[in-house]
Structures are given as structure tokens and as C-alpha cells.
Design a protein around this ligand. Structure first.
Ligand code: PRX
Length: 635
């Protein structure tokens, strides 16, 4: 039997040791003992980071929905699988049992089939956090269609780019969504996007708000009548281990978003194993991750990881501040949540509000707290620990990425130590390494450098959809033979890891990855803009916010600056989404450049961060007069 759940420090140490010494035997035992397979693998792992190629459990056959749903039906069919908490606290929560989930997923899978979707087809899901989102994801997996969930905060242009990149033949959306006391016209956004997407044949529309939207005849269908007419029985498609399960787009430092491709068996094994260990889930626990299923956190730790473990997973439609800033804690009390997993941005925003928002609620059900998505600062960590965990709940600061599919570095609660602002230790199977800028590995403790992973783990993304060269270039070229994360990290005197932030041109704003290049491209679309550069600067709630330096064309100089700022931010909201709007815009008469014409972002970053007297080496700077003027006018 494998040690699926790690319960002591000695157990962690021996498990980790084994996972590094004999990775294949280690993962084979976990896969064998804890999942349902239709056929066992011929080979546990085949890999070559130079190509790059990674294959886990080749030859095996399975369906992930059998592992997430069917196998639980006999033992815990009436247990709540998904506990849906609506945006409006006066609307009743919905307890969807494993039996009911099976019924819903099978019906939905049959609707996909009757609308011409089959194995390998791509389906774009653009939905708010309503049960149909989780159900449609699982329905795709049931029939072997590849889901591509696009976060419902992205604009129509961003949606169209993602639909076209992976040739989705169907879009699943809703008539609208709630945001606090407002509604958003999601279907209108889809309609606009589809003007640019000839590939889409069918749009299924879930009803969520009472709107009077128009369906386009021959293309759009209400979902509910289709579900009502469908059979609740749908045979699972038997999938090969390396068949793609989903595509999920993430920002790159340049150009198009990257459609990260995750495959079936390895992703299932790793997301389930890490869920069990990082959250120490026990049979009757109620687990809540506040992320949106539009991000990887929701895929791995709202849907697949929890359900593969037969857990009860809470799905929340609303926001932390509606109807007031006590909403999270009201939900914890109401559903007696045991594990609570959120983002540092949410913690910082709530910590700014009065403690009265917390005090009235009984949080004694909580056992474990988690954070993800960005570095957590010391102050937020302590607020979380003191006021939410009452110093009684270990905090798991989980470090990972869309590309990694699951958590790679994190404490294991009540097993390994925690340390504020540290993700601490690698989970079993993960071999982190730090490198200096010359590509040399930094051995031993007390080191800081670029964070790489030396050996494949089961849920590493296998490629970028349609662009394997970019996959190689982005992740495997900087430090040959290693997966490069794009993050910097330090290892302290005890070997604990602390993530120090991105070392590339990705900026993390409120936990969302934003590449600078696409935002600059959006700004440059403005007819009066000559050139722009975006950098991040520290922000007490969002972690980082965006600072834009914009040089105008001659005709722009006479325009009202405030109007121009509004126009630029509107352009960004239209082309990417409101999350990419700039907090500060400084108009400049040029940008600092090297002799070869490259923008010296390092200088711009320092100025935006208020370090105007410490610009570092400026020997390659072509135009010092521009820097002097930017410094003089900094916002
Ligand atoms: O910079 C790291 C940061 O988020 C990046 C990955 O973003 P994304 O692919 O959107 O996935 C977020 C959810 C897994 C990483 O490269 N990041 C993520 N978790 C942490 C973090 N930075 C510091 N501490 C973390 N716990």
C-alpha cells in the first residue's frame, strides 16, 4: 500500500526521500492504490526536458469522471459533493449530492453529444460560478471533449482570441451573472466575441438572471430544455492517460496568451494527491476554496482534486464584500467550513475593514487555512492567523502555477512547520533548484536565485496548444535540463523556500497573472499613443498594481490628460478586461532606452516603486534627459 496521506514529519521525510530516489515506483504505487483504471500503464514515465516531452502512465486507460463521481456513488452517493452558495445570501444554498452530480453530469454530457461534440473537440466555457460551470467541465471530461474555461471577467476580445486559438466548436455561457447587487450581460459579451469566431457552431445558454436576451437562431439554445430531454445515463469515454483533459490560458510575458494543455492521468493523480495532503481532508470535512473555476486553482482544488477524494467542496458565486465584508465568515459559520483556501488579495482587503466584520461569527469549525496566487506579506499572514485561525489553524502558503497543474511547494498542516511568507518545503515528487544568472545551480542553504524544477511531476503541462516551440522556449531554454518557473525564490538556512516574485515581465495583480506586452499593445492601439511601457509597483491590497508610462504623438499633447487616461483604461478593459486597468498613468516625452532601442524597464520599475535615487547601473542608457524628466514628474 502507498502512503497516500502523510501524517507525521518522519512520514513526510521518508515519503519525500522515496519520491526522489525512486519517482516511478513512488507515483506508480499512489496511482495503483487510489484510483480506478480500465487498463494499467505500460510505462510509468517517459521524459526528456530537452525535447521537451513528458508522458506519465502511458498505455493506461481511464476516465477522470469515474474517479471523481461514479466510484463514490455506492459508499457516499448521498454525501454533498458540491455545496453551492449563491451570491445573494437570501437565496438558499444548494447541496448537490454525488448521486445528483452524476445525474447532472451525465445529462449534460448527453446534451454535448447530441449537439455534435465528441472526443477531442474543444468546448469553451464562459460561465459565472454557478453549478453549471463545474457540471459542464465534468461533462466534457465524461465524453473526452477538451474544456477551455475562460474566466468570465475577460472581455469579448480576450474571449474571441481564446476561442479561436483552440478552435472551440461550442461555447457554454449564461444569460448573465451577478456581481454584488449588479448584473453583467455575459451573453452580450459572447455575442460580440462570436462576431470574430467563425468556428463556433453552437452556444448553450444557462439561465441565471431574469433577462430578456435574444437567442441567435440556428446557433444559440437554452440549456435547461436540452438537459430536461436528455438521459441521465451516459457511458464514459475511455481515455488514454495522455489524452488532453483541458486547455487553460495564462498570460505570457509576450504576445498571445498561452493555452496550457493538461492531460488526463497525471493531472488526476497529482491534483488528488496534493489535495488530500495539503488540506489533510477527512471524511466529513467541508472544504472551501474561494477561487473561480476560471483559474487553475478552481480546476484543481474546487473540482478535480476534492471530487477525486470524495470531498464536499463549496462553490461560492459571490464576492467577499457583498452584502458586507463579513460574507466569507458568514459562510464559514453557516456551512461549518473546515478548510478555507483564499488569495492574499482577499485577506488584505478584508484586513483593512473593521474587525467587527469577523467578530460576530463562529469560526470554530476551521482547522486549516490556505493562501495561493501571490506572495503573502507578513502583516496579512498574521491577521489571517490571529483573527481567522485564532492561532489554532496552520496556514498553508501554497506555491504553484497554471503550468504545474497542482501545488508544488507548501507546508503540510500539522506535519511540517509553517513560517510567515514562506511556502516552505517541496511536496513529495518535487525537486526544486535555484540558479544564478549565469545558469549555475546554487547548492546548499541560504541562497537566492531563479526557481526551477529538476524532474517531472505527474501534472506538469505537456505543451502550449498549437505552439510546442513556445513551450520549449518559455520553460526549458533558460536553464537547460530544468523546468524554469519564471519566479525567483530564496532558500533559508533551514532549506525552506520563500517565493520572491516574478523575474520576467509578468505582473501579478490581485493574484491574476498579467503580461506587460499585451497591455502595452492595447494602449498602443489608441490613435494618439506613440509608445508605452508597463511596470508593477507595490499596492497594499492588490499586492502589485500597474503603472503605465505613455508617450503621446504630437497631436495628443493638446488633449486633456484626464480624458486620455480614461480612454486608455477603457481600451484596456475592452481588449483584455477590467482586471488589467492601470492604477497610474504618467505621460512622458520618451522612454529610457538602450543603444539598441530596448526599453530599460528596470529603471521604470525603480521609479514607479519610489526608488528614484537608486536606479542601479545606467551605463547603457541612451537618453538620460528622458529619465530626469520622468523622475521629476513621477506620480
Ligand atoms: O509568481 C507565482 C505566483 O503566481 C504565479 C502563477 O500564477 P497562475 O499561473 O495564475 O497560478 C496561480 C494559482 C496557482 C507564480 O508563478 N504565486 C502563486 N502562488 C504563490 C505565488 N507567489 C508567491 N507565493 C505563492 N504561494
Amino acid at each position: 500500500m502507498s502512503d497516500y496521506q502523510i501524517k507525521s514529519l518522519a512520514n513526510y521525510k521518508s515519503t519525500y526521500q522515496k519520491s526522489v530516489a525512486e519517482p516511478e515506483a513512488f507515483w506508480a504505487a499512489i496511482a495503483e492504490d487510489n484510483f480506478v483504471w480500465h487498463k494499467k500503464w505500460d510505462k510509468v514515465l517517459e521524459w526528456d526536458f530537452a525535447k521537451p516531452e513528458v508522458k506519465w502512465f502511458e498505455g493506461a486507460q481511464l476516465n477522470i469522471t469515474e474517479n471523481c463521481i461514479d466510484r463514490h456513488l455506492e459508499k457516499r452517493g448521498d454525501k454533498t459533493a458540491i455545496l453551492f452558495e449563491p451570491n445573494n445570501p437570501n437565496e438558499a444554498a444548494l447541496h448537490i449530492s454525488y448521486k445528483e452530480l452524476s445525474n447532472r453530469v451525465n445529462r449534460f454530457a448527453n446534451v454535448l453529444k447530441s449537439n455534435g461534440v465528441g472526443k477531442g473537440d474543444r468546448v469553451c466555457i464562459y460561465l459565472p460560478m454557478i453549478p453549471e460551470l463545474a457540471v459542464s467541465v465534468l461533462a466534457c471530461a465524461r465524453i473526452g471533449a477538451i474544456h477551455s474555461v475562460v474566466f468570465a471577467g475577460f472581455s469579448s476580445t480576450a474571449l474571441a482570441t481564446r476561442i479561436n486559438d483552440s478552435d472551440c466548436k461550442m461555447v457554454i455561457t449564461s444569460d448573465g451573472s451577478f456581481r454584488g447587487d449588479k448584473t453583467i450581460d455575459l451573453k452580450g459579451i459572447v455575442d460580440e466575441a462570436l462576431l470574430e469566431c467563425a468556428v463556433v457552431e453552437t452556444v448553450l445558454v444557462a439561465k441565471r438572471i431574469d433577462s430578456n436576451i435574444q437567442l441567435k437562431s440556428g446557433r444559440d439554445k437554452w440549456l435547461q430544455p436540452e438537459l430536461d430531454a436528455a438521459s441521465p445515463i451516459c457511458a464514459q469515454e475511455i481515455m488514454d492517460a495522455e489524452d488532453p483533459l483541458f486547455i487553460l490560458y495564462t498570460s505570457g510575458s509576450t504576445g498571445m496568451p498561452k493555452g496550457m494543455v493538461h492531460t488526463t492521468a497525471g493531472y488526476m493523480v497529482y491534483s488528488a494527491y496534493t489535495f488530500k495532503n495539503v488540506f489533510q481532508y477527512e471524511a466529513d470535512d467541508v472544504y472551501w476554496c474561494t477561487a473561480d473555476i476560471g483559474w487553475i486553482t478552481g480546476h484543481s482544488y474546487i473540482v478535480y482534486g476534492p471530487l477525486a477524494n470524495g470531498a464536499t467542496t463549496v462553490m461560492f458565486e459571490g464576492t467577499p464584500s457583498y452584502p458586507d465584508c463579513g460574507r466569507f465568515w458568514a459562510i464559514v459559520e453557516k456551512h461549518k467550513v473546515n478548510q478555507f483556501y483564499t488569495a492574499p488579495t482577499a485577506i488584505r482587503a478584508l484586513a483593512k475593514e473593521s474587525l467587527d466584520n469577523v467578530k460576530g461569527y463562529d469560526l470554530s469549525s476551521l482547522k486549516i487555512l490556505g493562501t495561493v496566487g501571490e506572495p503573502i506579506n507578513e502583516e496579512a499572514w498574521h491577521w489571517y492567523n490571529d483573527h481567522i485561525g485564532k492561532k489554532n489553524c496552520p496556514i498553508v502558503d501554497t506555491w504553484w502555477q497554471t503550468e504545474t497543474g497542482g501545488i508544488l511547494i507548501s507546508p503540510i498542516p500539522n506535519v511540517t512547520e509553517t513560517k510567515p511568507t514562506y511556502a516552505t518545503l517541496p511536496l513529495p515528487g518535487i525537486q526544486p533548484a535555484l540558479f544564478d544568472k549565469d545558469g549555475l545551480e546554487l547548492e546548499g542553504n541560504k541562497q537566492e536565485g531563479s526557481l526551477c524544477i529538476k524532474y517531472p511531476w505527474p501534472s506538469i503541462a505537456r505543451t502550449i496548444w498549437g505552439n510546442h516551440d513556445r513551450y520549449r522556449e518559455t520553460y526549458f531554454s533558460a536553464f537547460p535540463g530544468n523546468y524554469f518557473t519564471g519566479d525567483g525564490a530564496l532558500r533559508d538556512e533551514n532549506g525552506l523556500y520563500r517565493i520572491t516574485g516574478r523575474v520576467d515581465d509578468v505582473i501579478i495583480v490581485s493574484g491574476h497573472n498579467l503580461g506587460t506586452a499585451p497591455i502595452e499593445d492595447a494602449i498602443d492601439e489608441h490613435p494618439l499613443v506613440a509608445e508605452s511601457a508597463i511596470v508593477g509597483f507595490p499596492h497594499d491590497i492588490k499586492g502589485s498594481a500597474l503603472y503605465g508610462y505613455v508617450t503621446l504623438k504630437g497631436e495628443g499633447l493638446s488633449k486633456n490628460e484626464e480624458d486620455l487616461k480614461k480612454e486608455i483604461n477603457q481600451l484596456i478593459a475592452d481588449l483584455i478586461g477590467p482586471i488589467a486597468k492601470l492604477d497610474k498613468i504618467q505621460f512622458t516625452n520618451g522612454l529610457p532606452k538602450t543603444r539598441s532601442g530596448k526599453i530599460m524597464r528596470r529603471i521604470l520599475r525603480k521609479i514607479a516603486c519610489g526608488e528614484v535615487d537608486n536606479l542601479g547601473d545606467i551605463s547603457t542608457l541612451l537618453n538620460p534627459e528622458v529619465v530626469a524628466s520622468i523622475k521629476a514628474n513621477v506620480l
